[in-house]
Write a protein that binds this ligand. Structure first.
Ligand code: AMP
Ligand code: MG
Length: 409
């Protein structure tokens, strides 16, 4: 159908609309998973001083003549101490891992290669394999002052936390969190804890979307279930529009009771697009509310079918949240992998198919899981990836290269 826009156009329309959120300062303890909004430049060297990488004896390699040598022990230096002596001819200093290297030393012989009677001033050291610079690290080998370490947009993981801590950075500028309201619509829906009447089903989309929002680094606000009635939807949508994002599920197709696009328009949300050339997820609706304060709420009408909603969140909502948070990489990351099982793709739209990554002798491959369609919530529990098959009917053979999206769940 010509009115459907492509996945690429949908991405472009979304990214053209979404502004980057303001930033604020938080302490290092609270920073995990948030998006850095400043460049981190090193103010110091790492290591800060030449240091030993082993428990052992700091030596001058010029003194290591022959397979064993006997050197005079001047003192012992532990991590956190600074020795008093510099090394002279045929002298050594006992040193612990992390301790500053004595002046004059150019290698460390591990304690396992030493022999010393207790109280003896001499230590006997094996010299095999001890070349200059062995078992030590010089000041500035890892970082230099002025070096650019992290850019704005980086999502902070434990590795980044550790680096910031090493540099003594205890407060960091990060994006404010994205607040995302979730409103499931449908007369047939019942909350998970309640009993089902005839023809009713449980609202699985809200818990699913809330967990997807959490994974995307957002804060979810559940607005509950909206019946397919204009007044009720208007009230609940108004509530949901207080957040940065509003995700609705259901009510965006062509049915009698698919009132969501109409309600959103009545609430002043400007439609950017409706319907995408993708399977599952064709009825996807996207629009923006511009408030008098200048703030915006980005609204996605997701299809009611659970797998469609799940997929549309990953492929379309998540990039919008990433852009809002000011992240480095915004669009879903695709990679190419060989199929480990033949597959017959059918359909007029590009199709994201729940799939499983498989380790093979010659590397990673991927295979579609058994999938009964967009209401089949069992298939995604067996999947850790989605193969994106282009539109068209075609048989794919084993070994054929396909495009794969692996969500970071
Ligand atoms: P709709 O998009 O409203 O036409 O819904 C499409 C299909 O998804 C119907 O079979 C609905 O019953 C189902 N559905 C809609 N909303 C939900 C939900 N929140 N949880 C589970 N299934 C839903
Ligand atoms: Mg419905």
């Amino acid at each position: 159908m010509s009115s459907l826009i492509s996945i690429e156009d949908a991405h472009q329309f979304i990214l053209d609309q979404v502004d980057i959120a303001p930033s604020h300062t938080v302490s290092l303890e609270e920073v995990l998973g948030l998006t850095l909004r400043t460049e981190i430049i090193s103010q110091q060297s790492s290591p800060l001083f030449d240091k030993s990488l082993m428990d052992g004896y700091a030596v001058r390699t010029v003194d290591l003549q022959g397979p064993t040598v006997s050197l005079k022990v001047l003192e012992m230096v532990s991590a956190g101490e600074v020795g008093e002596h510099r090394l002279g001819r045929e002298e050594t200093i006992q040193i612990m891992t992390g301790a500053p290297l004595p002046v004059g030393a150019d290698a460390v012989i591990p304690v396992e290669m030493s022999e010393r009677e207790s109280g003896e001033p001499l230590v006997h050291l094996q010299t095999a394999g001890i070349d200059p610079e062995k078992n030590l690290i010089r000041k500035g080998t890892i970082l230099q002052p002025g070096q650019k370490l992290l850019s704005s947009g980086r999502v902070i993981r434990p590795a980044e936390v550790a680096l910031l801590a090493e540099l003594g950075i205890s407060e960091v500028d990060v994006s404010i969190e994205a607040v995302v309201s979730i409103l499931a619509t449908g007369d047939e829906l019942v909350a998970t804890g309640e009993s089902l009447g005839p023809g009713q089903i449980r609202n699985s989309n809200a818990p699913m979307l809330m967990s997807q929002v959490q994974r995307a680094g957002g804060i979810s606000r559940n607005i509950g279930i909206g019946r397919d009635q204009l007044d009720e939807l208007l009230n609940k949508v108004t509530l949901g529009l207080e957040a940065n994002f509003l995700l609705l599920s259901g009510g965006v197709s062509a049915g009698e009771k698919d009132l969501v696009p109409q309600v959103l328009k009545e609430c002043g949300v400007r439609e950017i697009f409706h319907k995408v050339h993708v399977k599952p997820g064709k009825p996807l609706w996207f629009g923006v509310l511009e408030k008098s304060t200048g703030e915006k709420t980005y609204v996605f009408g997701l299809p009611g079918n659970p797998v469609s909603s799940m997929l549309c969140f990953e492929v379309f909502v998540r990039p919008a949240i990433r852009q809002f948070l000011g992240q480095e990489r915004v669009l879903p990351r695709m990679r190419k992998l060989p199929l480990s099982k033949a597959h017959v793709a059918a359909g007029g739209r590009p199709t994201y198919y729940p799939s499983q990554l498989v380790s093979q002798a010659d590397g990673l491959a991927v295979e579609p899981v058994d999938w009964k369609g967009s209401s089949d919530l069992l298939a995604p529990t067996r999947a850790d990836a989605w193969i994106c098959f282009p539109a068209g009917n075609r048989k794919y053979s084993i070994g054929e290269i396909v495009d794969v999206y692996t969500p970071d769940w």
